[in-house]
Design a protein around this ligand. Structure first.
Ligand SMILES: [Zn+2]
Length: 281
């Protein structure tokens, strides 16, 4: 979906709850929402509700974007070696879902992917090789998808994690050298990595998709834009000024808001979407 900018929200059936999708989405659409992102993890709660929700969102005129599974038991480790066919079998059913939507509409063609991660003492080079081999396979097997390799959350203790530094994401993109593979800039992850430094022009020119969220005082991310820590205004403006296009998705963890009243959640979501819209549209 490079070209136009669409503001999105990371959707899970729980958000729609008993009220249904239309009631949940209406105030967000008024605030500027035109895209929903779905994590294609077939092991997560409520997975059977995901595809009907995608269909309902599309019928309402929304674009769709997708996030490849990355949580255990899903993993890319070993793709460049003996795990290749096993991982292909694991990912094929969900990647087919994204490809089918991408064939239907260019507003549904972006798939976000994280680089392979493993516990120490894994080899960083081997994880990069696994990631590149996986990306090459997806590019070939699913020709309608626009891939977006995400800058990862900084490594936690004991993790070997390529793709945290933006230059490492750029070098993986360069290794495959196709416009069908760009970057997903996760602003919260980038803030955790390096606070508020300005991105390079090179990076901005490769960004085809963005995840926006805020970070609390303990470093927990995926909150609505309530703390003012992540400099999303400055960063989104820089991206837009350089001709950036694609989805800009408010990516939240609902679990963090479990103890909030429904009214407070609704207000935080609407305000976050409106702020993104003020900067971009
Ligand atoms: Zn993200």
């Amino acid at each position: 979906m490079v070209g136009d900018i669409r503001i999105g929200f990371s959707m899970h059936p729980r958000w729609a709850g008993d009220e249904g999708l239309e009631a949940f989405i209406l105030p967000l659409r008024r605030s500027g929402l035109s895209l929903l992102e779905f994590e294609l993890d077939d092991q997560q709660d409520d997975w059977p509700a995901f595809e009907p929700l995608m269909e309902a969102a599309f019928q309402m005129g929304l674009g769709l974007s997708f996030h490849a599974p990355y949580r255990s038991p899903h993993s890319l480790v070993g793709f460049a070696g003996r795990e290749r066919s096993h991982i292909q079998g694991d990912y094929r059913p969900v990647l087919e879902i994204a490809e089918t939507w991408a064939r239907k509409s260019p507003a549904c063609r972006t798939l976000v992917i994280h680089a392979a991660v493993a516990p120490e003492p894994a080899s960083r080079e081997a994880l990069v090789a696994d990631t590149l081999a996986f990306l090459a396979w997806v590019l070939e097997e699913y020709p309608n998808l626009q891939l977006a390799l995400e800058n990862n959350h900084p490594a936690r203790q004991g993790e070997v994690k390529p793709g945290v530094e933006l230059k490492d994401v750029l070098s993986m993109l360069a290794a495959l050298g196709t416009p069908r593979l760009g970057a997903c800039w996760d602003l919260g992850h980038d803030y955790l990595r390096q606070k508020g430094g300005a991105p390079t022009r090179k990076w901005l020119s490769k960004v085809v998709h963005i995840h926006v969220h805020d970070v609390d005082e303990t470093g927990e991310d995926h909150f609505p834009l309530i703390f003012g820590r992540v400099p999303y205004e400055r960063w989104l403006e820089a991206w837009k000024a350089q001709g950036g296009g694609g989805g800009v998705v408010l990516e939240l963890k609902g679990k963090l808001l479990q103890n909030w009243s429904p009214a407070r959640v609704e207000e935080a979501l609407e305000t976050s979407i409106s702020r993104i819209k003020e900067v971009l549209l």
